[in-house]
Design a protein around this ligand. Sequence first.
Ligand code: FAD
Length: 383
Amino acid sequence: MSTGRDEIAVVGAGLAGCLLACFLARRGYRVALYERRPDPRTGRVERGRSINLALSERGLDALRRIGLDEQVMADALPMRGRMIHPVAGEPQFQSYSATGDRAINSISRGALNNALLDAATALPGVRIAFDHRLVGLDPASGEMTFETPQGKVTASAPVVLGADGAGSAVRGQLLAHGLLTESLDFLDYGYKELTIPPLGGDFALEPDALHIWPRGTSMMIALPNPDRSFTCTLFWPTHGTAAFASLGSPAAIERHFAEQYPDLIPLAPNLVDDYQHNPVGVLGTVRCAPWQANGVVGLLGDAAHAIVPFYGQGANCAFEDVVELDRCLDDCDDDWAAALPLFERRRQENVEAIAQMALANFVEMRDKVASPLFQLGRRVEHA
Ligand code: FAD
């Protein structure tokens, strides 16, 4: 076990970074968590950037280990199946389990991040430096350079862990030093968020389902929020005639939704404004190897293996990473030079499997869930 002397640096105070800080503090390490953004507990939420996500047992298991599961689940909304919305006709419910008692949980990403930030800061030995954007890293010495509102600052740590998301600057530094190769496969689809507000103070749609509007070349989903609104995510090609850019006027937006998503129109009064002002997010798969350098720098979560969101498993997978890294530290007596490669060996196959399943599930969700054969013959396991 650690002597408690080492201060480990974690770059990125997102979902994986905060959870990791909690696990490391529990092992007796001091942790410096560096985050490029200001403290989200005091700031504004960015418009149109995935405000909720589906948390499943894989992620809950990690939260349970630090005693945070009940707090997080108190605000979660269980989704027991899919509600398929055809262009015409009544929505059809497809249960996730034969008994109807299994569910995935819709939770607010911001609230989850804040709960993890609170948990991390409550632990002795964890300090968080907000407004610190990593821009430089020496992978041999662990010396880091950050841009802050006061200018550039440097810091160093014997171990630097990159939990800084799909566009990871830590990964970028390893790449720049010739210590890693990466492949980034972007889909020609993007996503845009739209909102269904509460209707007469209540949910406008069934709250215990993940709603899907499968339309072949496009797809929309909606997850419930604790304030009784739904966040819809529209997936559509980024280029071409049937694509986001093809709807250039309020009339064109209304016409398209009236044709493709008629039941949404009366439920989404801000549709045109949301459509015109919310950004189009990119979707892709990040693969890289190795995930560590010199036993000094390691990557985890989206920084190591971002996936497309169609299986609802990116955050769950990042949480599993933290649990596995903790297990590797156990198995290696906290020898980081042994634990980091072991972590990669143990996670690689699982992470590649979910990356491929997530891509395959896009075809299933936008197309096959609407097929009568699918509805009759197939048990649905997940989103
Ligand atoms: P992030 O959450 O991206 O956190 C990275 C952190 O690092 C951020 O706080 C960022 O500000 C910070 N950072 C970045 N660069 C720097 C830098 N240079 N210096 C310092 N800090 C930096 N997953 C699920 O499990 N279920 C779902 O239902 C689900 N739905 C999704 C829907 C959409 C539309 C999308 C896009 C993703 C979805 N995901 C879902 C995936 C999930 O959001 C990610 O897998 C998860 O957020 C990864 O966590 P992370 O901590 O690795 O990265």
